[in-house]
Design a protein around this ligand. Structure first.
Ligand SMILES: C[S@@+](CC[C@H](N)C(=O)[O-])C[C@H]1O[C@@H](n2cnc3c(N)ncnc32)[C@H](O)[C@@H]1O
Length: 122
């Protein structure tokens, strides 16, 4: 029986430039775009600069729609809109979805003329 070659990840020799280093989401990041009466209390908010980098990286020739099925407070949505991408977000918690809507509307108002919930829109 032949011996298996040692496992070598395809990017084992890659340098630090392959990685995107950023700080945790700041308070300013968390609450960017929210009205003064709202606070983003989501426990795992992602940094906007990281999400914006990923939206840039995954852009297709026709831009493409960004889908975040676990949207939380909408950091991916804010980043997608800042990058001029369409965005679809899903979250099972209505409170998170509302914070996400407000953050997106406050960050990219030109792209968000309607932030009403489906119930409000009906
Ligand atoms: C890690 S958090 C996302 C945080 C987000 N990236 C942000 O910056 O705010 C994951 C989210 O997935 C949601 N979630 C978990 N299970 C879900 C499910 N089955 N369907 C939809 N959303 C779900 C949770 O409510 C939570 O807000």
């Amino acid at each position: 029986m032949s011996e298996r070659p040692a496992f070598t990840p395809h990017d084992a020799l890659a340098g630090a430039s392959r990685f995107f280093y950023t700080a945790k989401a700041s308070t300013a990041d968390r609450n960017a775009g929210l009205p003064a009466t709202m606070e983003n209390r989501h426990p795992t908010v992602k940094p906007l600069d990281l999400m914006q980098y990923l939206c840039k990286l995954t852009r297709t020739p026709t831009a493409g729609t960004v889908l975040d099925p676990f949207m939380g407070s909408g950091s991916t949505g804010v980043a997608a809109l800042r990058e001029g991408r369409d965005f679809i977000g899903i979250d099972k918690e209505a409170e998170h979805a509302q914070v996400a809507r407000e953050r997106m509307a406050g960050n990219a108002p030109m792209f968000n003329r309607d932030i009403s919930t489906p119930e409000e829109a009906a």
